[in-house]
Design a protein around this ligand. Sequence first.
Ligand code: 5GP
Length: 114
Amino acid sequence: MSEPSVFTRILRGEIPSEIVAETDNAFAIRDIAPQAPVHLLVIPKTEKYRDVVELAAGDPALLAEVVGLANSLAAEHAGGDFRLVFNTGPDAGQTVFHVHAHVLGGGLTEGRLG
Ligand code: 5GP
């Protein structure tokens, strides 16, 4: 078995990070290095899928759950509108290979996520 991802370790409470929202199969935290006034990560609890392409192919209902949680969080924290970014592959900036959605809102900024 490979090492658990940083997000699995957060979910288990092994690395401190407040869980800001949770559904049956996904959870959300604040990004440790925010690229926008509101920058949350929505993460499936399973680390079975390394990126959004695998997730869409393997469990489209879970992808829909991630998008739904992102929408709820944006309504609560960012005034409704938001950008949803899935970095896919190292050349696109993905550094954690446990699929996650960046939820960016509260005003557009130029940064690592464009
Ligand atoms: P990626 O680069 O894979 O698209 O996104 C990974 C994100 O996870 C980065 O934006 C990074 O700042 C965030 N991140 C990495 N380690 C931690 C951590 O320990 N806690 C939190 N809250 N975010 C993290």
